[in-house]
Design a binder for this molecule. Structure first.
Ligand code: ACO
Length: 323
């Protein structure tokens, strides 16, 4: 038996307001046909002014705690992955901790852009396995629409707001029991200029803007993500055919399909939410996990592979035997 991190619960939250592609075509020179054919996105959710990443994160965390049958008093670590923090500091996780009514344990943010959740899960796993933490709440929370320049149609159509949360707990388990099996994270700072934000880049800044070389990001994404998935499978001595569910970062349908083809994964094993959430950056994977658990796709015992790449460039993957 080994001390490992086990999934205890998962939850997701999106704000009520929906912006369809047709809504966007009224304020910029774009069309539903262009957006759907290039990205697979049909709509995105948008948080109201005054609602920040911590608020979305708290809503998702409450659902994850309810799903786990736990209370915030059980949690001794909160990690929030976000590119749209409430403020430059303190950590959005500190706001989340207070809003959830906790005053113990540690709370901090992880900044790895769209790969933030994969990084956060990796970190929480390591802290649990080392004995430093017993029960961790890992949140991906974003108000990406706050970073958008609505005059820039090449980025404004791609992003949305939302949050997802997962709870990991320590357990002494056998190798084939439910657990986070392994994680893999990578960065290559030489490509930082392919995708970055300027301005305040917080949830309350008004001068933020995303800069992206879309074609180059696309090219790196398919290569790097496929590399992460294959490396992780090798590390775990598992074959791609053993994956039950592939839960990719929901940036772009074409990237997701390209990776699945490259690694030889049948399309019916892929969880897709990009059509109705768009790219919610660090929130997209826990949101997709939550939806897939809720609708009965992911079940106890299933082998789940996540993956993401984003600004940095930063990328990685998590391999989980679901609880
Ligand atoms: N509506 C209509 N036309 C548009 C739009 C739009 N919203 N945006 C760009 N165009 C036009 C361009 O101006 C260009 O016109 P031109 O030929 O007259 O100059 C034309 O469409 C083609 O533009 P490209 O940028 O070459 O379009 P491309 O086929 O590369 O698709 C896209 C753009 C969807 C961004 C693609 O490059 C992509 O998916 N890249 C990956 C980026 C991504 O997903 N980033 C998310 C963050 S990173 C991550 O999470 C992995």
């Amino acid at each position: 038996m080994t001390r490992k991190a086990q999934v205890k619960g998962v939850g997701g939250y999106v704000p009520e307001k929906v912006l369809t592609n047709d809504d966007l075509s009224k304020i910029m020179d774009t069309s539903d046909e262009w957006i759907v054919s290039r990205s697979g996105i049909h709509q995105r959710h948008q948080a109201d002014v005054g609602v920040n990443s911590s608020d979305l994160g708290v809503a998702a965390a409450k659902k994850a705690l309810a799903h786990a049958g736990m209370s915030i008093a059980d949690i001794d670590l909160i990690i929030v992955a976000t590119s749209t923090p409430d403020a430059a500091f303190p950590a959005t996780a500190a706001y989340v901790q207070h809003k959830l009514g906790s005053s113990h344990g540690a709370a901090f943010d992880v900044q790895a852009a769209c790969a933030g959740f994969v990084y956060g899960l990796s970190l929480a796993t390591a802290m649990i396995e080392s004995g430093q933490t017993n029960q961790a709440l890992v949140i991906g929370a974003e108000v990406m629409t706050r970073l958008l320049d609505w005059q820039d149609r090449s980025t404004a159509v791609l992003f949305g707001d939302g949050a997802g949360a997962i709870i990991l707990g320590a357990a002494d388990v056998a190798p084939d029991a439910p657990q986070v099996i392994k994680n893999y994270i990578r960065s290559e700072g030489a490509f930082a200029d392919l995708l970055y934000a300027t301005g305040g880049a917080t949830a309350t800044s008004t001068d933020s803007k995303i800069h992206m070389q879309g074609r180059e990001v696309y090219r790196h994404a398919v290569t790097n993500i496929a590399e992460a998935v294959c490396t992780l499978l090798d590390m775990a001595e598992l074959d791609v055919s053993e994956i039950d569910w592939f839960v990719p970062h929901q940036a772009n349908r074409r990237i997701i399909d390209g990776v699945a083809r490259k690694i030889g994964l049948p399309p019916e094993k892929t969880i897709l939410t990009v059509d109705h959430h768009a790219n919610t950056s660090a929130a997209s994977i826990p949101l997709a996990l939550s939806e897939a658990v809720q609708n009965g796709q992911i079940k106890p015992g299933d082998l789940v592979m996540t993956e993401a790449m984003g600004g940095g460039l930063s990328w990685g993957a998590n391999l989980i035997r679901w609880s």
